[in-house]
Design a protein around this ligand. Structure first.
Ligand code: KIV
Length: 274
């Protein structure tokens, strides 16, 4: 007898078709328990390389490896069955050539089971976006503030603050849309520019610190839940879990110290005799 598990996830064409329609709800996610909580409430979960900062305390995404992304991608896939799961390609795994990008993206897709990958960059990476899309790997692009350019930019800097910068960023958006990306993240970008790009290109724009006019929004989940003591200024917090967790841990510590730890009587230590 063959056993079939039916999972019906949101698909890449479904996200693509949301251009100019119902906004696409996206959040980052790095592990199974939170994936389960997010799954039916979002359209798309991004296993972002922001996990370097959030999970590992790194200053930038530069040290994040393919293995780190794959471990998190597997966890998110195990914890979900509805949302589209996209995994970030980390720094150094796709820039060198379309062929190397393809090989690494195939590894990510085969090992995690995710449905798409995300690549940072516009015009400079358009050939790779085309190469991957043509060969069965859906690509979400990411332009504007691209954290993997941390060292070149000298930190995380909003893009397009002066209008003279706009044409290059608009060209990036057009390049990835024409190369076959199914959506594009606009991060840390002047609001008017993000709105303009959203109206110019045929694929959904997903904003983060960009514009409410984007076709969807994404946030780092830990930022909007109040787990990051220094969230970016644009983040709206929907919960304040940091202080809640501290309060719970303090209560637990007090119980343990007072030998008042509640629980089932010695279930783990008692051996049945006789
Ligand atoms: O790595 C990440 O979490 C991201 C989002 C912030 C878009 O790229």
């Amino acid at each position: 007898m063959s056993v079939q598990v039916q999972t019906k996830r949101v698909t890449v064409p479904e996200i693509r078709a949301r251009k100019g329609r119902e906004p696409v709800v996206c959040l980052t996610c790095y592990h199974a328990h939170t994936a389960r909580l997010l799954d039916s409430n979002v359209d798309l979960m991004l296993v972002g390389d922001s996990l370097g900062n959030v999970m590992h305390g790194l200053e930038s995404p530069i040290p994040v490896t393919l293995d780190m992304m794959i471990v998190a991608g597997k966890a998110v896939m195990r914890g979900s069955h509805h949302a589209l799961v996209v995994v970030d390609m980390p720094f150094g795994t796709y820039e060198e050539s379309p062929q190397i990008a393809f090989r690494n993206a195939v590894q990510v897709m085969k090992e995690t089971g995710c449905q798409a990958v995300k690549l940072e960059g516009g015009t400079r990476i358009a050939e790779t976006v085309h190469y991957l899309s043509e060969r069965g790997i859906p690509v979400m692009s990411h332009i504007g503030l691209t954290p993997q350019m941390f060292n070149v930019m000298g930190g995380f800097k909003t893009q397009g603050r002066i209008e003279a910068e706009w044409p290059a960023i608009e060209a990036d958006a057009k390049a990835v849309a024409e190369a076959g990306a199914f959506s594009v993240v606009l991060e840390g970008m002047a609001e008017a520019l993000a709105t303009k790009i959203t109206r110019q290109i045929a694929i959904p724009t997903i904003g983060i610190g960009a514009s409410a006019e984007c076709d969807g929004q994404i946030l780092v989940m830990e930022d909007m839940l109040g787990l990051n003591p220094n969230p970016p200024k644009f983040v709206r917090q929907y919960a304040n879990l940091g202080p809640d967790i501290e309060k719970a841990v303090k209560a637990y510590a007090a119980d343990v110290r007072a030998r008042a730890f509640p629980g089932k009587e010695n279930v783990y230590t008692m051996k049945k005799t006789g």
